[in-house]
Ligand binder design. Structure first.
Ligand code: SF4
Length: 704
């Protein structure tokens, strides 16, 4: 074709965006990516969505960081100090690599030696490779001497992971999204895969077209996926547990549980049966906003199918009752025996390209690689020996807890690699004040993000298209990504920068390539058994667990036993916990936040991608046209949206999917940042903030 003739080089890699993990080929000329094609990877089978196909030009954005920067002595710090778009560098000066790395490391070392490792913390990234995440958590644990290391899994599926580890012994999916077509019934709840995991949703739509009964359950109606659905169930925001318990009630009342499976594999069913009696659908219908007939029908459909699978997203996890929501889904799956067979199981759709892998390699405060608790002295002894450093035996702080600890003066220095908490954390002014209050902040980034703007030292790093490394997708498939273009200016590889910092604070690391790091990971992570760097180079992808060096790995797990001490799964009675902040006279609306198809997370990459930003160029919120009419609002009006945390001004768009009493705001727009408004209250188990529900008021702004 003309395009092939035009290309000079083709490099096989993976998409930098969502957890689907589509394999791509980058076609490269003059050290830039000309175009991207989908490959026949196990997760995408040649498909790509708009982000994967058109969203890689951010790597060559003129806004890339290309030299190390140090904050000027007289530059102001504070939550209200914003990036000046006309003169973004006003608060920084260029530095040599030696000066920047010395200053970065010395600041961290000074705090560690003076106040102890607990006065430091690190945020790694779910966008980086497994090797970068592993090295980063090793640096924080072995170099800083603390477990205060976390990343954005805390903001997306921490509650799902907490519930799954507690009851199944794994934090990963039990079956892949490609199994949709093997299911007779499929529930998609609290997720909009058509926007956030588009290629995964293509399997779901295909399956539904072939006869799988698709049940879509969400407070926001899902017109796009819903048109393929057997049932499109729009329930009241925050009533997930009531609805799922009502389904359980039907299953027990009508004897639809799988007694043989329960006997062989499940603990706790009698307590659950008693609890479910409190939730007859007829009693719950008004509360959840779904008729008793519908609840009974979807419960029967799910329970009686030969194979049923559940997919969920952040509509389940981002609540103060997020762990309870996930427990409720586990309850449904286990009592009906929909587990361990093709077309059955549980699949929390992972958000970022490597959020699964970053968690697996220990980039979370309570566990070492492969989810080994840091509080277990045997594991602590093992890692002290293996890493040659004294380790902290206390679980570290999570994302929101770290921000609070900065305010309390307990944490004084941070190293942030590729995360943007100034945009992604709830109650933004609180988070930005914390970053500004730090005695020493090192940010390793590819752009001058809102977080980097608060930094004392900025280390210019590598984009996904510029690095070799492995990524683990939502299906547990470990895949290899390859550098297609070089880093711009003086920017360096992230893993090498982590090593530079480590060696400056007293470590003696000598990794020469991400392959060395992967080889070390293999030694400490049984999950990587039979998955070698060489295999990945050759085969592209292998799923874990993999019990045979010739197999592609086990995509469906728990066919015999769970990863628990007695090999059995557990179901748990769950009570209704209301959202932390309910609408009232002053704040009568519900605010919910999330993503859009074209923009990814805080927008750092997609808003610097020409095609994607042209499709969705400006900040918008969404309301139902009926609600807009009621409040005298026209499409395109500007609204002032206020919560107890702050106010933003934003244009409104009519969207029939949004329930009447709700305003929905994507969190990718810095100029109208949704997280100015959100509630930092967290789920007590997963420590995830309640992004999906808080009280808000809206006012139409007068026309100029
Ligand atoms: Fe990339 Fe996800 Fe789109 Fe695939 S579905 S191309 S991984 S953003």
């Amino acid at each position: 074709t003309v395009r092939e003739n035009y290309a000079e080089e083709s490099v096989d890699s993976v998409c930098p965006y969502c957890g689907v993990g589509c394999e791509v080929t980058y076609h490269v000329k003059d050290d830039s990516i000309l175009y991207v094609e989908g490959r026949n990877g196990p997760a995408n089978q040649n498909r790509l969505c708009v982000k994967g196909r058109y969203g890689t030009d951010y790597s060559r954005s003129p806004q890339r960081l290309t030299v190390p920067m140090i904050r000027r002595e007289d530059a102001p710090k504070g939550a209200d100090v914003q990036v000046d778009p006309d003169n973004p560098w006003t608060h920084f000066r260029e530095a040599s690599w030696e000066e920047a790395l010395d200053k970065a490391a010395n600041g961290l070392k000074t705090i560690r030696d003076r106040d102890g490792g607990g006065a430091l913390a690190g945020f790694g990234s779910a966008k980086g490779t497994n090797e970068e995440a592993y090295l980063f958590q090793k640096l924080v644990r072995a170099g800083f001497g603390t477990n205060n290391v976390d990343h954005c899994t805390r903001l997306c599926h921490a509650s799902s992971v907490a519930a799954m580890i507690e009851n199944l012994g794994t934090g990963a999916v039990t079956a892949p999204f490609t199994d949709a077509e093997k299911a007779e019934c499929m529930i998609v709840i609290g997720a909009r895969p058509n926007e956030n995991h588009p290629v995964a949703s293509s399997y779901m739509k295909q399956a539904a077209k072939k006869g799988t009964k698709l049940i879509v359950m969400d407070p926001r109606y899902n017109e796009q996926l819903g048109r393929y659905a057997y049932a499109n169930v729009q329930f009241q925001p925050g009533t997930d547990v009531a609805l799922l318990n009502a389904m359980l009630h039907v299953i027990f009342e009508e004897g639809l549980e799988d007694t043989q499976y329960i006997q062989a594999h499940v603990n706790g069913v009698e307590e659950l049966r008693e609890k479910a009696k409190e939730f007859p659908p007829e009693k719950m219908a008004d509360h959840v906003g779904v008729s008793a007939e519908t609840i009974r029908d979807i419960a029967r459909t799910y329970a009686t199918a030969q194979a049923s699978i559940i997919f969920w997203g952040m509509g389940i996890s981002q609540h103060v009752h997020g762990t309870d929501n996930a427990r409720s889904l586990i309850n449904l799956s286990l009592v009906t025996g929909h587990m361990g067979r093709p077309g059955t199981g549980l699949h929390p759709l992972r958000g970022q390209n490597n959020v699964q892998g970053a968690s697996d390699v220990g980039l979370i405060p309570m566990v070492y690689p492969d989810y080994k608790p840091v509080t277990n002295s045997d594991f602590k002894d093992y890692y002290e020996d293996f890493w040659g450093a004294e380790l902290d035996g206390q679980a570290g702080l999570t994302v929101v807890e770290i921000v609070n600890a900065i305010h309390e003066g307990r944490i004084k220095g941070m190293y942030i690699m590729g995360e943007n908490p100034a945009m992604s954390d709830p109650h933004q002014s609180h988070a930005r004040e914390a970053l500004a209050d730090l005695e020493h902040l090192v940010v390793q980034e590819i752009f001058l993000t809102e977080t980097a703007y608060q930094a004392d030292v900025i280390l210019p790093a590598s984009s996904q298209q510029e690095k070799d490394g492995t990524y683990t997708n939502s299906n547990r498939q470990v895949q290899i990504g390859r550098a297609a273009i070089s880093t711009p200016g003086q920017a360096r590889q992230d893993w090498a920068l982590v090593q530079e910092i480590a060696n400056r604070i007293g470590m003696d690391w000598n990794y020469t390539h991400p392959r060395d790091v992967f080889n070390e990971m293999e030694q400490v992570m049984p999950s990587l058994t039979n998955i070698t760097w060489e295999r990945l180079e050759r085969e592209g992808a292998v799923a874990y667990p993999c019990d045979d060096p010739k197999s592609h790995g086990n995509l469906v797990i728990f066919d015999e036993a769970f990863y628990t001490s007695d090999g059995r799964g557990t179901v748990r009675p769950v009570d209704i916990v209301p959202p932390d902040e309910m609408p009232d006279d002053e704040y009568p609306m519900i605010l919910s936040t999330g993503r859009q198809l074209e923009h990814w997370h805080t927008g750092a990459m997609t808003r610097r991608s020409d095609v994607l930003d042209r499709i969705e160029p400006e900040a918008v919120c969404m309301m139902h046209p009926r609600e807009m009419r009621k409040q005298g609002i026209q499409m395109g009006d500007y609204l002032r949206v206020t919560t107890r945390r702050g106010t933003i001004e934003i244009k409104v768009r009519a969207d029939r999917d949004v329930p009447s009493n709700m305003v929905f705001i994507p969190f990718c727009y810095a100029e109208a940042a949704a997280n100015v408004l959100t509630n930092p209250q967290i789920d007590p188990y997963g420590k995830i903030p309640e992004f999906k529900y808080c009280a808000a008021k809206i006012e139409r702004m007068p026309m100029e």
